[in-house]
Design a binder for this molecule. Structure first.
Ligand code: 5GP
Length: 189
């Protein structure tokens, strides 16, 4: 029997390891990553077309107005959105498609496609989160503090908004990955 397509949302503050979990789900289940469009500037190591499609505000507005985005949100003054077509194609082909998006996006998708599996990866503790944000050495202290504040707001919203089916605390990466894989397998049955 053909496998059922599934939309999988993985959200969480920066620095909790959600990208690592995402990559493992891709590798072990042959899942596809939804490449978002964003108006933010590429960071060091970002690959255009792989991590994001980097576009300007006008291009973003054109896509949004044409209905080409399944959901979109503004985060830290930049716009992010999920291109609609690749998601529809992946689901029709019976694939698992991963959306690494924020809480605002998850709320929109769950309304639109309630059978989506939505997982939130909170930080194990505030101390650990700060440590991880600093260890990435990608940003200056002011940006780290902004991300830290946003992370705390985001987790509070994630807990109350009812969009998430599961919360996986990533204190042991292997266990977190296994848990995510099991949830996806159960959702596809
Ligand atoms: P970053 O700039 O650190 O890559 O991402 C900032 C935030 O935007 C993260 O929480 C990330 O999950 C979220 N994000 C990335 N792409 C999308 C998207 O297409 N839609 C929404 N709603 N959020 C996104």
């Amino acid at each position: 029997m053909a496998k059922q397509g599934l939309l999988l949302i993985i959200s969480g503050p920066s620095g909790v390891g959600k990208t690592t979990i995402t990559h493992e789900v891709e590798r072990r289940l042959g899942a596809v990553f939804s490449v978002s469009v964003t108006t933010r500037a590429p960071a060091a190591g970002d690959v255009d077309g792989q991590d994001y499609y980097f576009i300007d505000r006008t291009q973003f507005e054109t896509m949004r107005a044409a209905g080409d985005l399944l959901e979109w949100a503004e985060v830290f003054g930049n716009c992010y959105g999920t291109p609609r077509k690749p998601v529809e194609q992946a689901i029709a082909a019976g694939q698992v498609m991963i959306l690494e998006i924020d809480v605002q996006g998850a709320i929109q998708i769950k309304k639109l496609i309630p059978q989506t599996l939505a997982i939130f990866v909170p930080h194990p503790s505030e101390e650990v989160l700060l440590q991880r944000l600093r260890r990435r050495q990608r940003e200056d202290e002011a940006t780290i503090q902004r991300r830290f504040a946003k992370a705390k707001d985001e987790i509070a919203l994630a807990k109350t908004c009812r969009a998430y089916d599961h919360f996986i605390v990533n204190d042991k990466l292997d266990a977190a990955v296994d848990e995510a894989i099991t949830l996806v397998q159960n959702a596809r049955r």
